[in-house]
Design a protein around this ligand. Structure first.
Ligand SMILES: O=C(O)C(=O)Cc1ccccc1
Length: 282
């Protein structure tokens, strides 16, 4: 099987993909959109992309493309502890660092550290932490730094000058496996954290109690929600869709009835699947 991931090699997403798919062909993509395109056009069977971080919140690009591609479903979810390190080329003069590159989520997760210690240094968004590390390694004549993981430091021959720079000790990222097939993915060697289902909800129009109606469909069936996130529809200010996670594996008739009730209320539902959540190593 072919599995796309947000690359290049040694990105956090690759570390997740390698644990989820140790025996499959992993194909690095330049950005999250390319992961979705590869699944959409069938050049890969699945892709692994980041969905949410415990410090910085949702990866909005992933949520947006899940919404835009209703035939792409979630097959599994995996949670991985994240540690960020500041790294430079061995020739770098640390006192003269002019720019720090990383994925926007990594820069945000290390914001206070970087703001305190490198206040006057430009922070530059890059497509991934590993791409930032690669860029630093390819520009040895400039005094650049990257925020990335130890695998990237080793692969791109960079020197770690500050370890564990994330602002909070507890730092976890949730990755999802996306595919055009919706069956539940299982993995016998990974720790199973639980089962859940995912839905994207769009209300027909803005009216009093609209969201309450949606929530009541789950509430009276005692379906416990573990996440509800609103995201702009990009059709004007104040217009949103909702990403919802329901905890546990639900009896199919209960789930079917809940989805039917939402449709009766003229609520647009994209059911993303029933899937397992795994714990990964850092
Ligand atoms: O940039 C990476 O390496 C990624 O895989 C995305 C990401 C960024 C920061 C924390 C977790 C995942």
């Amino acid at each position: 099987m072919k599995i796309a991931f947000l690359g290049p090699h040694a990105s956090f997403t690759q570390l997740a993909a390698a644990q989820l798919f140790p025996d499959e062909e992993l194909l690095p993509q330049v950005n999250i959109l390319d992961c979705f395109i590869a699944v959409e056009n069938g050049s890969v069977d699945m892709a692994v992309v980041p969905l949410e971080n415990s410090i910085e919140g949702t990866v909005s690009m992933t949520l947006d493309y899940l919404y835009k591609t209703p035939d792409i479903k979630i097959m599994a979810e995996a949670v991985m502890p994240i540690a960020h390190h500041l790294m430079v080329h061995p020739h770098c003069v640390v006192e003269k660092i002019e720019k720090i590159y990383s994925h926007p989520q990594a820069l945000a997760q290390s914001f206070h550290f970087l703001d305190t210690n490198y206040r006057n240094v430009i922070k530059q968004d890059y497509s991934s932490t590993a791409a930032a590390a690669k860029h630093v390694s390819e520009n040895p004549d400039r005094n650049l730094a990257a925020v990335a993981n130890t695998f990237a430091a080793n692969l791109y021959n960079l020197k770690i000058i500050e370890r564990n720079i994330q602002d909070f000790e507890q730092n976890h990222t949730r990755f999802i496996v996306i595919s055009k097939q919706s069956h539940d993915y299982s993995h016998k060697n990974l720790t199973l954290l639980g089962k859940k289902s995912g839905l994207l909800i769009t209300l027909p129009e803005d009216h009093a109690g609209g969201l309450h109606q949606v929530l009541s469909v789950f509430a009276w069936r005692k379906m416990n929600l573990s996440k509800i996130e609103s995201r702009t529809l990009k059709t004007g200010l104040g217009k949103y869709f909702f990403f919802i996670n329901v905890v546990g594996k639900w009896e199919s008739t209960v789930q079917y009835n809940a989805l039917e009730e939402l449709k009766t209320l003229q609520i647009k539902v994209d059911f993303l699947g029933n899937y397992s959540e795994f714990l990964l190593n850092s």
